[in-house]
Structures are given as structure tokens and as C-alpha cells.
Design a protein around this ligand. Structure first.
Ligand SMILES: NC(=O)c1ccc[n+]([C@@H]2O[C@H](COP(=O)([O-])OP(=O)(O)OC[C@H]3O[C@@H](n4cnc5c(N)ncnc54)[C@H](OP(=O)(O)O)[C@@H]3O)[C@@H](O)[C@H]2O)c1
Length: 337
């Protein structure tokens, strides 16, 4: 079967290759095999591939990708006894490195039914982005509640991204005043259309820090949902309220976090990182509640999940370039079949 796999370290153009790898014949006990229809290309996939310094000894390649929609081709013996998953069922699989391939074998615990009314382009990006947004939202709320902050403005950096769009929508629904900071003016306008009722300021505009301050009515931000981080936090530092939590879930700016130890210590600022993977450790009931909430979000607001293009596995390089090209208007996918 054809798969985009990692065979080395360094630049992705040389460390990734399209390769024929063995087709799984029968799934292991707790696993399922899925025929992949559409796989997301997440920033996190690229980040994880770039972070690899060398392949573990004895490993010929690492499978890549982390979220895909498709149909179940085969079910392991233990799964058949313990779950409602069945052959032919349309499902989304997520949060394990595997999806950039024609077929994947993965643990049934990472596989959730994909209802037929959710299109592939939404089902293949839904759960990673929604689960991350839910976790960041919880962290922001915990921080506000711990400090008994009942009003104030929350700032979202990288506001044109898929996760930040969901966060802006969820914060608005929760009645939390929110401002989104985008890189470009075009992104501010585009995102403002997708999430009306939230104000957006672009870093491209002249004197954008003053514009941001004015948009917040001169109030310092009581919390940040941050996926840019890096040097941007140095610039934003004067606008962050004492005691505020910077909830960082991404690093679109690859440079070190721009807050000094004195910023944190003297002002009681908290820096909290949110990876999505601990989502898997939540209880079954909590996970099911998030899955249901994500599906409800997709049904009620499909425009929050735009797609920018689907590329054949052979064209994986173009897909990666597309992910990192400024001004993109939606998610990028690989379409293996
Ligand atoms: N914690 C987790 O487990 C988790 C899970 C999902 C995502 N993430 C992270 O969240 C971040 C966003 O991911 P996503 O999938 O939501 O993004 P996305 O939808 O792919 O959005 C990418 C957009 O971000 C904007 N952007 C790129 N670099 C930027 C920068 N330096 N400053 C401001 N905006 C920038 C660009 O918009 P313009 O070109 O229009 O400016 C680009 O089109 C990434 O860092 C990703 O790794 C983390």
C-alpha cells in the first residue's frame, strides 16, 4: 500500500518519501483497518516530523499523519466483542501517527463513527481541532474562575487558524468578550466573516498594538489563547493583565517564548502549555461528550471548517507547501484513493 512515511531526519522534502509498505492483512486484536478517503495535513504532523533527530534503531520508517476519515475494512477479534464498530462503517481515526496512507491499522480506541451528514472535508479535520479548542477553552475558563474574573477581554493570537476560529466561536457563545489577532488584514476580514461578533485586529496594520489596545477599550487582556507564541509575546506583554494565563497550544512563530522570567514572576503571569494528546486520558464519558459537541458544532456551523484543497499522495510535497503558504483559506488534505 502507498504511504507517505518518514525515513530520515531534517528537511521534510528529504526525510519524507512516498513508499510502498506492507498492507496489513488482518488487524491485531484491539485494532481496526481503515480504507482512508481523506487525511488532514496538520501543522502538528509537520512539527512532529521535523522534530525527529533520527529514526529509532531497527526502524525502517515512521508512518505519518494523525487524522483521517474512511471506512472500516477489517476489525480485530477483541474489537468485535467490545464495541459497536463494524466493517463498512464510515469513521474518523485520530491522534496516532498513521493516516497518510491508502489504508491504516490503528487501535479501535482512536476510532469514532463519522455520521454520513458530515462531509469528508469536515470529518477529516474535526476532532483534532475541536478537541484542542475544547481543552484550551477549559484552561482559559479555569484560569478566569481561579482568579474570580467575571469580565474582561480574552485575546486569541493566530486568530485565522482552524483551532482559533473554533475558540473564538466557543468563547463568543460562552459570552466571553474576545478579540482575535491575525497576521494579515485579509485574514482579519476573512475570519471576521466566519466568526461574526468577534473583533479582529491585524498585525499588518500601522500601529497595530495601539489598535489592539483601542479595540480592548484600554483594558489589559485577562487571558490569551495563543498558537503563535515566540516574539509576539514580547510585543503583547504590556497588554497582558497581571495574573493572566497565557494558554499556549501552538508555536507558529518557531522562536523562543518572548516573556522574561521577570515578566512571569513580578506580574504573576502564568504560562500554560496545552497538548491535545492528554485528551485520550479523559474518561470515556468525557470523550464522548466532546465528540458529540464537535459533531454538533460541525452540523450547526460547517463554515467554521473550510477546505483549501486535497492532494494525491504523490503530490504530498505540494500539500506541505500549501499548509505553510500565507493567506490559505482552509484546511489541506491528502486524498489517497
Ligand atoms: N496543542 C495541540 O495539540 C494542537 C492541536 C492542533 C493545532 N495546534 C497548533 O495550533 C496552531 C494552529 O494550527 P491550525 O491547524 O489551527 O492552523 P491552520 O488552520 O493551518 O492555520 C494556519 C494559518 O495560520 C496563520 N499563521 C501562520 N503563521 C502565523 C504566524 N506566525 N502568526 C500569525 N498567524 C500565522 C496563517 O494565516 P495567514 O497566512 O492568513 O496569516 C495560516 O494560514 C499550530 O501551531 C498547530 O501546531 C496544536
Amino acid at each position: 500500500l502507498k504511504a507517505v512515511v518518514q525515513v530520515g531526519a531534517g528537511e521534510l522534502t528529504s526525510s519524507l518519501v512516498l513508499r510502498d509498505i506492507p498492507t496489513p492483512e488482518a488487524p491485531a486484536g484491539g485494532n481496526v483497518i481503515i480504507d482512508v478517503d481523506l487525511a488532514a495535513v496538520h501543522h502538528g504532523d509537520l512539527f512532529r516530523a521535523r522534530k525527529v533527530a533520527s529514526l529509532p534503531p531497527g526502524t525502517a520508517y515512521l508512518t505519518r499523519g494523525s487524522e483521517a476519515v474512511g471506512r472500516i475494512r477489517a476489525i480485530g477479534r477483541d474489537v468485535a466483542h467490545s464495541s459497536d464498530l463494524r466493517v463498512g462503517q464510515r469513521v474518523t481515526a485520530f491522534l496516532a501517527p498513521y493516516a497518510w496512507a491508502e489504508h491504516v491499522e490503528c487501535p479501535a480506541a482512536l476510532v469514532f463513527p463519522a455520521p454520513d451528514d458530515i462531509p469528508d472535508t469536515i470529518a477529516a479535520q474535526l476532532f483534532v481541532n475541536a478537541a484542542t479548542a475544547f481543552m484550551v477553552l477549559r484552561a482559559i475558563r479555569e484560569s478566569l474562575e481561579a482568579r474570580s474574573v467575571t469580565d474582561g477581554v480574552v485575546l486569541l493570537t493566530g486568530a485565522s487558524t482552524a483551532v482559533a476560529r473554533l475558540l473564538a466561536h466557543l468563547l463568543r457563545e460562552a459570552g466571553v468578550e474576545t478579540i482575535g489577532l491575525t497576521r494579515s488584514e485579509a485574514a482579519a476580514v476573512r475570519t471576521g466573516r466566519l466568526v461574526p461578533g468577534v473583533r479582529y485586529v491585524a498585525q499588518e496594520s500601522v500601529d497595530w498594538l495601539s489598535a489592539l489596545e483601542r479595540a480592548a477599550g484600554g483594558r489589559a487582556f485577562v487571558a490569551l489563547g495563543d498558537c503563535v507564541s515566540g516574539a509576539l509575546l514580547t510585543q503583547l506583554s504590556p497588554l497582558i493583565a497581571n495574573g493572566a494565563t497565557v494558554v499556549t497550544y501552538g508555536g507558529l512563530d518557531p522562536h523562543p517564548v518572548g516573556l522574561t522570567g521577570l515578566d512571569l514572576a513580578s506580574r504573576g503571569l502564568e504560562l500554560r502549555g496545552i497538548p491535545v494528546f492528554p485528551w485520550l486520558d479523559m474518561t470515556a464519558a468525557e470523550k464522548q461528550a466532546d465528540i458529540s459537541a464537535a459533531l454538533a458544532l460541525a452540523r450547526a456551523h460547517p463554515a467554521l471548517f473550510p477546505a483549501a484543497g486535497a492532494y494525491r499522495l504523490e503530490d504530498w510535497r505540494e500539500a506541505i507547501v500549501a499548509v505553510e503558504t500565507p493567506g490559505r483559506e482552509g484546511f489541506v488534505f491528502l486524498k489517497p484513493r
